[in-house]
Design a protein around this ligand. Structure first.
Ligand code: DAH
Length: 330
């Protein structure tokens, strides 16, 4: 029997101890075998043998229970040690999120115009032909529709190609005077270094009584706005054409890279085109049934602004979710 006491005392794991328990106390175990042997013992010794065996049985059981508790405690301690977390350990700095450069630029643009008392309006990305083209003096088959490659749905619905339809929506459900900007996503079938199928624009519209709004007002606010966005730059207005404005102009700033000296970015002209604008065409007012009013409008591409401010060369990189690029804007 002594070997079994030793075996229990020396068992090094709960699993080993369980094997021993089966060998000692099991149906085919040592104790069962000893009790079986008793049958063939002389009758006058049976009582003593049984007594001895029962004494062993309970002592072995006590040893077993004690060892089991010890081993379980050890096992628990080891598990706790292995799973413990040292909260005082150093770790790498977690990454803070940041605004995407396009959104940050958009926020800055919106900030300027809201400070100038312009209301922020939103339209719908899915537009109809009337709001996106027709009411903006772009009748069907007008050649200027080619300026914008459109994604069409069924039934004359489309993805808006510019934020100008928000002008129409706003004028259709508000009375003049109006001072609004419309920031948002627009869509065109285009993809290269300077074009992506989705990009962002900010549209501006100001409408007041007839004779109250002049090109000089427009020129003043856009110059002030561009200096707010780009700092110390020159601004120039070039005659241009948009169906929804007459007269129309495109606005250039002196190149932010070469300060007007001429470089690759400005195609050696010293100037960068940044927005389109003009005096609202009477046909637009006719479409929304406005009478005796005057107004100016402008539109700009937010990505272009972000690229010039942050000196980003490839427009597409703004939409690839490249962490290396985005990390630079934290
Ligand atoms: N909608 C024009 C575009 O997407 C931008 C634009 C130019 C808007 C002149 C205007 C404007 O309101 O007056 O290219």
């Amino acid at each position: 029997m002594k070997e079994w006491y030793d075996a229990i005392k020396e068992a090094q794991s709960v699993e080993k101890l369980e094997e021993i328990r089966i060998s000692v106390f099991g149906k085919k175990g040592v104790l069962a075998a000893e009790f079986a042997k008793m049958k063939s013992a002389p009758n006058d010794q049976k009582a003593q043998i049984a007594k001895d065996l029962n004494t062993h049985k309970s002592s072995l059981m006590n040893e077993f229970t004690a060892r089991k508790i010890t081993l379980q405690t050890l096992q628990l301690q080891e598990a706790m040690k292995a799973e413990s977390i040292d909260v005082s350990l150093f770790t790498s700095k977690s990454q803070a999120g940041a605004l995407h450069p396009v959104m940050e630029t958009m926020d800055r643009i919106v900030e300027y115009f809201t400070a100038m008392n312009f209301a922020v309006k939103t339209g719908s990305m899915v537009e109809d032909d009337f709001n996106n083209f027709e009411a903006l003096n772009l009748p069907k088959y007008h050649p200027a529709r080619d300026m914008q490659d459109t994604f069409y749905f069924k039934d004359e619905m489309l993805l808006r190609t510019h934020t100008s339809p928000v002008q129409i929506r706003t004028m259709m459900n508000t009375k003049p005077p109006i001072r609004m900007i419309a920031p948002g996503a627009v869509f065109r079938r285009d993809y290269d270094l300077t074009h992506t199928p989705m990009f962002h624009q900010v549209e501006g519209l100001l409408v007041d009584d007839e004779g109250k709004v002049s090109f000089a007002n427009l020129k003043y606010i856009l110059e002030d706005f561009l200096k707010y966005m780009f700092g110390d730059i020159e601004v120039r207005f070039r005659p241009s054409f948009f169906p929804f404005t007459e007269p129309s102009a495109e606005v250039d700033i002196s190149c932010v890279f070469c300060k007007g000296e001429g470089c690759r970015v400005c195609s050696h002209t010293g100037w960068l085109e940044v927005l389109g604008c003009g005096i609202v065409d009477p046909n637009v007012f006719k479409a929304v049934k406005y009478k005796n009013v005057s107004g100016y409008a402008f539109g700009l591409g937010v990505e272009r602004f972000a690229m010039l401010i942050h000196q980003i060369g490839d427009l597409r990189s703004l939409f690839e979710g490249d962490i290396k690029l985005l990390e630079q804007f934290q």
